[in-house]
Write a new protein. Structure first.
Length: 170
């Protein structure tokens, strides 16, 4: 995830998965955690992603996550000696929250403690990445500020109890 605006208000994200893991649902599950983290912890308003037009699985996964196709960037990705066109996808915080509420309504929501721990692990990984990016001049976020946001995010929904996260997890 990379901030495109101040305070991660707008950000872009992406992932690559080895071909032996394609079609197993791993990307969708991981992406849901990343989106939860971005919208609930970092308080991102808009997330953008790109996928090569020829990447049917990647574009399908973005549709499955509820992202909106916004346009095509011509010859924007160089791979194996060729320039490829990419689809630009976006998802807004309010769209993601609506989708998550529908998931809760269907009884498919993760247990609150599981969500809290997964957000905590994502926060820790993100803080490490942010720390290492400081030397490259990228936006950095401290592990403590992310930890506070993770606790607030997991306790701010009425049906969730406040998660007590051990400091040793950080």
């Amino acid at each position: 995830m990379r901030a495109l605006g101040p305070g991660f208000g707008t950000a872009d994200w992406g992932a690559a998965i080895a071909s032996e893991f394609w079609g197993k649902g791993i990307f969708t599950e991981a992406a849901e955690l990343v989106l939860d983290f971005a919208f609930e912890v970092l308080r991102t308003h808009r997330l953008e992603a790109r996928a090569a037009i020829c990447n049917g699985r990647g574009n399908g996964a973005m549709r499955k996550l509820g992202a909106e196709r916004e346009g095509v960037l011509r010859h924007s990705f160089f791979r194996n000696g060729d320039y490829l066109d990419q689809v630009v996808w976006s998802i807004l915080k309010e769209d993601w929250r609506k989708r998550r509420q529908e998931t809760i309504h269907l009884g498919l929501e993760r247990h609150p403690l599981t969500s809290a721990l997964l957000i905590a692990l994502a926060a820790r990984a993100f803080a490490r990445a942010a720390h290492s990016s400081r030397s490259r001049g990228s936006a950095a976020v401290t592990s403590e500020s992310i930890r506070r946001r993770a606790i607030v995010a997991t306790s701010s929904t009425p049906d969730r109890r406040r998660a007590r996260l051990p400091s040793t997890a950080w």
